[in-house]
Write a protein of this length. Sequence first.
Length: 94
Amino acid sequence: MPGYGNAVIDFGATPGLPETSVDVIGLVNILSGSQVEAFIQCSDSTPDHSSDEHRIEDIKLCCGNIVPATGFTIYAECRKGRAVGQFKVQWIWA
């Protein structure tokens, strides 16, 4: 049974970080061979960033470290050097 949800990536306070990660856990049906994807949805916002900032910030996302019956890790990298604060990310797996 595939799943979906959201998570928050946090680049920290000023001066921020060039990269960060977040673990997504509690996925009892995920398998080691599952396909996982993370993305930023333009309509999302956080207390730190508006939906416009979610749309224009250049953040590369990739997923890995899949642990069967547990979850996976979302890795985030700011392509423009450093990012500050929290961004909401969506994820889906099958």
